[in-house]
Design a protein around this ligand. Sequence first.
Ligand code: GLA
Length: 383
Amino acid sequence: MKTNQWLGILAAALSGVLLAGCQSTPSPTPAKGQISHRPFGRTPDGTAVDLFTLRNANGVEAGICNYGGLVIFLKVPDRHGRLGDVTLGYDKLEDYLKDSPYFGALIGRYGNRIAKGKFTLNGQEYTLAVNNGPNALHGGLKGFDKVVWQPTIRATREGPELELNYVSRDGEEGYPGTLRVTTIYSLTPDNALKIQYRATTDKDTVVNLTHHSYFNLAGQGDILNHQVMLPADTFTPVDRTLIPTGELRPVAGTPFDFRTPTAIGARIGQDDEQLKFGGGYDHNWVINKPLGQLGLMARVYDPASGRVMEVLSTEPGLQFYSGNFLDGKNIGKGGWAYKFRNGFCMEPQHYPNSPNQPNFPSVVLKPGQVYHNTILYRFSVQK
Ligand code: GLA
């Protein structure tokens, strides 16, 4: 399946519809949907970045910036067919540059935490910046969410795509190996934002790429009434710094059992040590599916708007974060002060701290291997 996808992309490129470097050459074969772009500002070093708007044939729209691969907006219909933005974030680049808790971000080289910012690979210890209590979080001080990616827009038979490329040099943020990363964003005909990651290295390294949009399917208020279903029999409990202990703990009989749809708020206030450590949900669920296979990771339903979001991915774990660090200080789109639990994240990924946990699926990438990860956020409505 993945090979076919890449062949499709290659075929599109060879058939001459590749629009390199964002030149606005018209496509010879009119694609379903559209992509446009406009200037979105400059980074502190003066680099100009763009906001790309993808639109599918149903009118669903995604706005993506080539700074940090940020998803700036995602407009999907509610049960009455009204389009609404279901992501948190800002209207302006300068706000993202100032202070953002990873709103809409492309996360890498290693998403989530690495204990004490240290790991050993092939007998050599690597030291990373410690940027979250005693641990390293989301790729370091200048992770993939804070770099400028090289954009290319392209028409395919399914619709337009935005490809972002970035070369992370050997030693960047403390990680070994030059990592060449390609991320492709597209909107599918069935209303999914599809994100495909691909990476290669010239030295053994660790890779864990993910996506960090904060969602609110109602487009306002807190997310406690959203009903979540996670097909996971176990999760990875954490210590008080949110590093997994290494245990895969059954969810049965705990507030972590989302095997049947349950409101986020139903048990979040329970007297439970794991909920206390996370300040709510901020944990990795071990999804019931074979490693590497694209499958359902989560289904979220908002009774107020009727919107449903399904998360699919090839990754083995899902970090479900209930926006516990939001505290009203980030004033977002339309002047909305993002308060405690006004948004949630669903981050398909390998388990946190995998480089230090030999019993977790490996995150090591070697020269000659190709890292792949596909994530879909698919939207529909329930009446
Ligand atoms: C991830 C982490 C959370 C938090 C957010 C960003 O979801 O698991 O603990 O750090 O990113 O605020």
